[in-house]
Design a protein around this ligand. Structure first.
Ligand code: AQP
Length: 330
């Protein structure tokens, strides 16, 4: 059995990209019986957020949503990043072996600055903090979406450099795990679905706004009787990511793109595809949607989950940080 670690930034509401890229993997790995650490990355969110109330609310909501999706605190330690100060201590030790050229190569920093995010030092060095998140509890495997693979490579690089520069065997090198059929999910505008780009679909939305959101997905101007390309269509890509590549519903939808008469004499348009996606989201997330309301009403339970999760994460992290301090001569 492996030790698994992953986290999501509390920079907004969880979305279908986070679910397909990360959360679904957490659930699979939990079902396989691995030891799990899943956290809310509040300090990472702070690289961009300037609204304390929104940060606090998003952090709390993310914990509720982890539980609603089916993370089980009996097997998965759920915690918030700022409750484990050992991680930020470790980040400094790692920063001291990190060449600036390694940060210069990180594409997510360039992407975010390119999209108008403030070019602050926290954002620039965020892969170092992410490395500390992973190395502190000595994780073996990090489930991520495609956009995060480079950061796991940076983590391995920093762990190897530290071990070699201090001639000590402090860190084991983790590996990343991509979701089967992993792809970067597009948002309603066709760009990467991202909390901070305003293009997300939230699987917990009430039905009416959810429908409006899905009906607003950008498409080309092909008409009901035109042949359409499923591979380049945002609606189809979202449907396939949720239902699965080999699911008969996905194959049926692809068939209708390629032969609109399969829907009936009136053809098959993007409106039909959007309706199919809306129905799929409601069925696929029926249980989490139902569980969420009960969890929101039980804040005492959420506090207890976080307390226990932080205690477990701190215990594991302290061992690593003490070894790292000893290795550097502190
Ligand atoms: N569009 C996506 N498709 C597939 N996987 C995705 N992930 C995020 N967006 C997609 C995966 O979700 C996990 C947590 O991501 P994160 O919130 O920590 O960082 P992020 O990738 O920067 O996510 P966002 O939504 O884009 O947040 P903001 O806007 O705040 O930067 C990761 O495993 C990620 O791969």
């Amino acid at each position: 059995m492996s030790r698994i670690l992953s986290g999501i930034q509390s920079s907004g509401q969880l979305h279908l990209g986070n679910y397909c890229g990360a959360i679904r993997q957490f659930l699979d790995l939990q079902a396989q019986g691995h030891e799990m650490f899943v956290f809310v990355a509040t300090y990472h969110a702070l690289t961009a957020m300037r609204d304390p109330l929104a940060l606090r609310a998003s952090c709390r909501q993310m914990v509720v949503d982890y539980l609603a999706f089916g993370l089980d605190p009996a097997q998965t330690s759920i915690y918030v990043q700022h409750d484990v100060p050992e991680v930020t201590e470790l980040a400094w030790l790692l920063a001291c072996v990190c060449p600036t050229s390694l940060m210069d190569k990180a594409v997510s920093y360039k992407d975010k600055v390119g999209k108008g995010f403030s070019a602050n030092v926290g954002l620039y060095t965020y892969p170092i903090l992410q490395a500390a998140d992973i190395l502190a509890p000595a994780a073996d495997v990090v489930p991520v979406g495609k956009d995060q693979v480079q950061h796991i490579e940076i983590t391995r690089d920093l762990a190897g450099r530290f071990n070699s520069e201090f001639n000590a065997d402090v860190f084991k090198l983790p590996t990343h795990r991509l979701a089967p059929d992993a792809e970067l999910l597009p948002g309603v505008d066709g760009e990467k679905m991202s909390k901070s780009y305003g293009n997300t679909i939230d699987p917990f939305m009430d039905e009416k706004p959810l429908r409006k959101r899905i009906m607003g997905i950008k498409t080309d101007s092909k008409q009901v009787n035109d042949v359409k390309d499923p591979q380049t269509c945002t609606i189809f890509r979202l449907f396939r990511a949720i239902a699965g590549v080999n699911d008969p519903r996905t194959r049926d939808l692809a068939d209708k793109y390629l032969d609109p008469s399969k829907q009936g004499p009136d053809g098959f348009g993007y409106g039909h595809a959007k309706q199919a996606l809306f129905d799929l989201v409601l069925t696929h997330f029926a249980e989490p949607r139902a569980r969420r309301a009960g969890l929101m009403a039980d804040q005492g339970y959420i506090d207890e989950v976080l307390k226990q999760g932080a205690a477990k994460a701190r215990g594991a992290a302290r061992i690593t940080v003490d070894r790292a301090r000893h290795a550097v001569g502190l």
